[in-house]
Each structure stands twice: as structure tokens, then as C-alpha cells.
Design a protein around this ligand. Sequence first.
Ligand SMILES: [Zn+2]
Ligand SMILES: [Zn+2]
Length: 121
Amino acid sequence: MKTEALKAEIVRVSTEDGHAATVFDALVCDCGSETFTLFSDEKVGGALAVCSACEANFSIYDTADFLEDIGQNICACEHDVFCLMVGYTLDSTGEHARWVYVGAECTQCELIGVFVDWEEV
Ligand SMILES: [Zn+2]
Ligand SMILES: [Zn+2]
């Protein structure tokens, strides 16, 4: 995973939105895998990652149960397996996420982008 490049892309996108992400988590499965398929709801926000090795489900910031219109995220190259990093901006208490960004790096063409972001309310 190109950790720094992925982090930089999340910072770039979140800064454009007016609130730069400051906390980052690279997603690693308990089985050791760093590659996932990603499902998200671009309207209400929220995302679910599924380990490409053991199929364990990861609810990003506990949003998976609230997804309504779920779409699978596919790269421009049509590949569907990614390394994922979640970036957060924190609320005024500094304890909870305010905005959540899910960044992805395609494991085939190495394209990096932010697939989905949402505001925690
Ligand atoms: Zn796994
Ligand atoms: Zn790709």
C-alpha cells in the first residue's frame, strides 16, 4: 500500500471540502490481508469493506447497518479489489469523527482516489 500517497489524496479532497482530515486508519484484516472489496452508499454515506482473502466484513465507522442504496465501488480500470484507508476530521470534542473519508488504492492499476465521504451526525 502506498500509505503516504493515499493519505495525501484524502488530505487533498478533505481540504477542498473545507475540513482537512487529521486522523488516518489503514484497513488491515485480522487474517493479515490488506485488500478489500468496497460497498458504499453515496447518498446517505457509509461503507462496508469485505476482506478479499477471508471475506470478513468491516463496517466503516459502524455505518454498514445504515446503508440504503448500496453500490459496489469499482476502479476506472474495472478492477474491484483495493487497499483502503479511512481518514477522519474530528468534532470539537476531539473524540468523535465529524467527517469520514474512505480512500482506496486499486491493487491492479494503483490508481488512488476517495470513493465516498460523509458527515457523522
Ligand atoms: Zn481477512
Ligand atoms: Zn484500477
